[in-house]
Write a protein that binds this ligand. Structure first.
Ligand SMILES: Cc1ncc(COP(=O)(O)O)c(C=O)c1O
Length: 376
């Protein structure tokens, strides 16, 4: 793994550590109408479709901004103004979709489960059966709030059985957790440049079923977030509608080619799963407890319960790890104090072991006997 000497390792769910090659790709300037840039943009879009095995059925529509922009734009475009969404919520990113729908003034209902619990498939089935007004189901693939993996295949089967449309926020899973359009029926999957494909932040994208998108003219409430217009313009002119994030795109193109060379989804899944294993085993040895049982834990980010030892102070823990070159992430749970450590980015065994050694050093210095969350 190569990085610049002064960069700390980002054990966070994005922005994350990128390779030197990816950073170096940004050392040039491109005109947005330049043939080389247009070719790069085409290749990026087609590689993204290939990752989801969606070339025959879907199109890739990129969107400037962070991942949230792509999620909001996709919902705004695919959900008709008189449609109704059912949102499966088990964390902050499911919650965020309700806020988007409030802003857009679209009808929705939610099925919520606790942050450490997958959505109830029985409730999903019963709700779709009972409410024929629901047109779309919205779900998060890996809820980054906790790191839980949601059962997308099962959700998709139920949604398809009821003949509704499925939109998946796969922001933190795409590229590392398999999701193929050949065996999962979805109308849209949203993700961004700076998660498991290890690009830099600045753009999101959506893989949208072409036959569904063709019917979406005029749905969006927002000019800049209209994925239909973004797609039509790009297909017609090879241009982005508004200034493209050129450096982000060339870096993304470079990171995708490294992704392909490293074995695609299977390769990434293997490296991240290994990172997770090293992390979880090492933290457990020090007494730390994971929020999730192993079978629900995605190889993306791990939530640890806050230790109960009064000598443990999270801010000081964070600062000391940072001084040793490792940046971790605060918790986002509403139910219990916690912190998170990511497994994604240009990181491998050496970095995970280095982070564990830094954690051990820090708790020793703090006088924390072990990381257990249970009160003595
Ligand atoms: C599942 C999920 N959805 C949406 C987002 C929002 O992405 P962004 O912060 O890039 O807007 C994130 C960010 O981590 C995420 O993990």
């Amino acid at each position: 793994m190569t990085t610049l000497p002064h960069d700390p390792w980002l054990l966070t769910p994005g922005p994350l550590t990128t390779s030197l090659k990816t950073k170096q790709a940004m050392l040039h300037d491109w005109g947005s109408r330049d043939a080389n840039f247009i070719e790069t943009n085409r290749r990026m879009r087609s590689e993204i479709l290939a990752i989801a095995e969606a070339q025959d059925t879907h199109v890739c529509v990129p969107m400037q901004g962070s991942g949230t922009f792509a999620v909001e734009a996709t919902i705004a475009t695919l959900l008709p103004r008189d449609g109704k969404a059912l949102i499966l919520i088990n964390g902050a990113y499911g919650q965020r979709m309700t806020k988007m729908l409030d802003y857009m003034d679209r009808a929705y209902m939610a099925l919520e489960t606790p942050e450490d619990t997958q959505p109830s498939l029985t409730d999903l089935d019963a709700t779709l059966k009972a409410d024929s007004a629901i047109t779309h189901v919205l779900v998060v693939h890996c809820e980054t709030t906790s790191g839980i993996i949601n059962p997308i295949e099962r959700v998709a089967e139920i949604v398809a059985k009821h003949d509704r449309s499925l939109l998946v926020d796969a922001m933190s899973a795409f590229g590392a957790i398999p999701l193929s359009a050949r065996n999962v029926q979805f109308d849209a999957v949203m993700a961004s440049s700076n998660k498991c494909l290890e690009g830099v932040p600045g753009m999101g994208f959506s893989i949208i079923r072409q036959s569904a998108l063709e019917r979406c003219k005029g749905n969006a409430h927002s000019l800049s977030l209209d994925m239909y217009e973004q797609w039509v313009t790009m297909e017609k002119t090879d241009q982005w509608r508004f200034t493209p994030p050129t450096h982000v795109i060339v870096a993304f193109d470079a990171s995708i080619s490294q992704f392909v060379e490293a074995g695609g989804v299977a390769g990434r899944n293997k490296r991240y799963s290994n990172n997770r294993q090293i992390l979880v085993d090492g933290m457990r040895e020090m007494g730390f407890e994971t929020l999730l049982p192993d079978e629900l834990q995605a190889p993306i980010i791990v939530t640890f319960k806050m230790p109960s030892d009064p000598a443990f102070d999270f801010q000081s823990f964070y600062d000391q790890l940072k001084d040793m070159g490792y940046i971790i992430y605060p918790g986002k749970l509403t139910v219990a104090p916690s912190f998170r450590i990511g497994c994604i980015g240009d990181l491998g065994e050496a970095e995970m072991k280095g982070a564990l050694a830094a954690v051990q050093k820090t708790i020793d210095k703090m006088g924390v006997a072990n990381g257990t969350a249970k009160a003595a």
